[in-house]
Write a protein that binds this ligand. Sequence first.
Ligand code: ATP
Ligand code: MG
Length: 566
Amino acid sequence: MKQSKVFIPTMKEVPAGAEALSHRLLLKAGLIKQSTSGIYSYLPLAARVLNNIEAIVREEMERIDAVEILMPALQQAELWEESGRWNAYGPELMRLKDRNGREFALGPTHEEVVTSIVRDELKSYKQLPMTLFQIQSKFRDEKRPRFGLLRGREFIMKDAYSFHADEASLDESYQDMYNAYGRIFKRVGINARPVVADSGAIGGSHTHEFMALSEIGEDTIVYSEQSDYAANIEKAEVVYQPNEKHSELQSLTKIETPNIHTAQELATFLEKPLDEITKSMVFKVDGEFIMVLVRGHHELNDIKLKAYFETDNIELATEDEVVNLLGAKPGSLGPVFDKDIKVYADNYIQDLNNIVVGANEDGYHLLNANIGRDFDVEAFGDFRFILEGEPLADGSGVARFAEGIEVGQVFKLGTKYSESMNATFLDNQGKAQPLLMGCYGIGVSRTLSAIVEQNNDENGIIWPKSVTPFDLHLITINPKKDDQRELADQLYAQLKESFDVLYDDRKERAGVKFNDADLIGLPIRVVVGKNASEGIVEVKRRDTGDSEDVHVDDLGNYVNELYTKL
Ligand code: ATP
Ligand code: MG
């Protein structure tokens, strides 16, 4: 296409607030335009890249016998009430009413709709397994839309759902999908790593996230240098290796700790190491208050609490609730009390005795609190985040951390939706059973951003050839000169026989054209300039910056060979 006809509004300065590199580059190279917070238009170059990513996704889905459908984005509330998610999903669900006051949601995901479709049709084990997928815009009213396409409120997802008669069949499709995801991310030019993830409190037993490694990633990946262990930090298990620092029991002593609010402040005040201080937090679990203790240098992980108590309904108690319950504000709380509140403690609390805890009186703490003597612990468990350097659960060595962007997730749902929505089939004994399900998502628009996040240099994007919006950038340095324009026109006609060519025919200064070309980042650039009269053009690779003068007679072959090598 002629660049003069393509809408590519490149920018010199990107708006302040575009924190992620991919966000800045996509704006700067004229690929996206923000409509409002978390909502974007995909301009011509982005639309082409999306098409390329989607084509790869479709190929890989077909390869594992997943079939494409397209479900409605507008979903009636009744379906979500059946699954129990109309209430459970919370404020992320975009809700609206029709003219008659009937409630709807704009789909953030499609388990309900797909289950409602198949429950009337997939009635026999003979029709199973079956995997359906779609590529569609999703809507989530994210609390903090940010990083451009990485966390939008409207975004494009490939979502797939599989249906099975037994676990073995679900396992097989899960593995197929896992392998397909590996191929997809590799093909689109992303270095992604599958990690074990938390499957949430209800339903589902097994899940992996695919993480594109990136400094701005919102997720922390815990991995091993010695094995292929990799887990989301939310899930990464902490191994308890006792290292008891027990000394002679001292008597419980109340001390004044004025204006001390954090564990660090308390440690400094008492001149004790942070790891000898404890933090006491009150949570409401399914409406019941409990206290959880972790050591000062550890951080409580509420995802592990949810998994331990098998509920999603866990919240940190509010200041008012805590004051009502214990008579003191957070910062002065502790487990020594005469109340019917169960105390849970992280495993590593067991290493301590003569513990420092809040006195449940503002501005006071207790020294030398001891388990069994001054307070009881209902249960010890793994309630905290692992620290870098701690031993890994697979015994392979110590935890290393990396940041990542979740580009996809595969999930065994089990019968969560089929049971609540009554989707059953007849097994080979003629008995009605709930369908087993898996669900599998890829953030297509997030993937577009992740590709840019990983493929760039200081001058702009460097598209992998698998998804590039055009293969070649043909540029005339000065189209006002007849010899240049004529040669370029002729090469354009020739090259577009075998390649997608973006032909910069604009009457702009050479500097502007080169800057734009670097920003846009097509894999190969062919420049027609002052040697046009001799039939010589320059061919340059975007990734290495290597360039060579080539005679037009050899150009076809040269570019073909170079392109195959990329
Ligand atoms: P996150 O933890 O990042 O909010 P999620 O786990 O809620 O994502 P899923 O329900 O697993 O997301 O959705 C499947 C895929 O859709 C994700 O792996 C991600 O790539 C993409 N995705 C989810 N939320 C967004 C968003 N707000 N903007 C862009 N892509 C998203
Ligand atoms: Mg996810």
